[in-house]
Design a binder for this molecule. Structure first.
Ligand code: PLP
Length: 319
């Protein structure tokens, strides 16, 4: 893959299988939607979505740091209405019963809030096109992907290595583009060029293909079930253990990032030591939340959750 031309049949076959599998897994019609593998991360999509589709006014639901960053970029291109926000409680919940009466160029949401550990269970009902940043929960559950007009996801959580960003876009959305967009930022050009306007990130795409084959083989329904079991394991322990409390509202808890804090009076250093002895790493919470965050993406086996839960129990016994 690293030695052959990205225009060679061998690589084009890889790219085409990956594009087609992604649409198939999402149950999206190939004639209605296109799949792209772009560069620049999900952060590039913050501005690319707005550059292409924000003509006058777009509606954003602000559920955390990533939504806030998306809003900041969008404001460079037009008006942004924050139609709902959970910033009043440090983003520990998902706003409910959002009334979207006006028509917007599009509505933008972040389906899973990686840092705060909240996740949309149901999505806003709207007549405006719905754009979703699905970077941290893509293909983790069975949902109706066709309710979205554009889905983007940085590869690095559930898809493959960093370096590619997957975009699933409804072709009819292109009719909304009113301004001249530079070629590299134009969805239309990337679609017209079959996701090879310039050299695509060939190695991440190859790894994504291997992973998509696995996802198809396992089935989104089974993956969903496994993720539910994993999330229940950790949340049940957070709720049971007197040393810890969950960060986010119970109904909005993320199945990908379980955020929790240590209750006052307990010894954080001891817990850190137990975790390290049990080979657990990377569970410190983001600095804006503190505490702990167990990221339990598709690839994490149930056994790892058991080790974490046992470590929490061991800690409680030593108090
Ligand atoms: N959106 C979400 C929900 C994320 O979790 C992240 C990164 O963790 C990003 C956007 C930013 O992605 P990238 O680093 O690929 O630009």
């Amino acid at each position: 893959i690293l030695e052959i031309s990205h225009r060679s049949k061998d690589f084009v076959d890889v790219l085409e299988e990956a594009r087609s599998l992604a649409l198939e897994i999402a149950s999206l019609d190939k004639n209605e939607y296109s799949c792209l593998f772009l560069q620049g991360g999900a952060s590039m999509q913050f501005l690319m979505t707005a550059y292409n589709f924000l003509n006058e006014n777009a509606g954003y639901i602000n559920t955390g740091s990533w939504s806030t960053k998306a809003i900041k970029e969008a404001k460079l291109f037009g008006n942004v209405t924050e139609i709902a926000s959970s910033s009043d409680k440090n983003f520990n919940y998902i706003p409910k019963e959002i009334n979207i009466n006006d028509t917007y160029d599009y509505i933008h949401i972040t389906s899973n809030n990686t840092i705060f550990g909240t996740q949309f269970n149901t999505f806003p009902n709207t007549n405006s096109p719905l754009i979703v940043d699905m970077s941290s929960d893509i293909f983790s559950r069975e949902i109706d992907y066709s309710q979205f007009d554009l889905i983007y996801a940085g590869a690095q959580k559930n898809l493959g290595p960093a370096g590619a960003t997957m975009v699933l876009i409804k072709n009819s959305l292109l009719e909304k583009v009113k301004r001249d967009v530079p070629s590299m930022l134009s969805y239309k050009i990337h679609i017209d060029k079959d996701s090879s306007f310039n050299t695509p990130p060939v190695f991440p795409i190859y790894c994504i293909l291997l992973n998509l084959r696995l996802i198809k083989q396992e089935g989104l329904d089974n993956i969903s079930e496994k993720n539910k079991i994993k999330a229940n394991l950790i949340y049940d322990e957070i709720d049971r253990n007197k040393c810890f409390s969950g960060f986010s509202e119970v109904s909005d808890r993320s199945q990908m990032n379980a955020t929790f804090n240590m209750n006052e009076g307990f010894d954080m250093e001891l817990f850190n030591k137990i975790c390290s002895n049990n080979n657990i790493s990377g569970i410190n919470g983001h600095r804006s939340v503190g505490g702990y965050r167990a990221s339990i993406y598709n690839a994490l086996p149930i056994e790892s959750l058991n080790v974490l839960v046992d470590s929490m129990k061991e800690f409680e016994l030593n108090q």
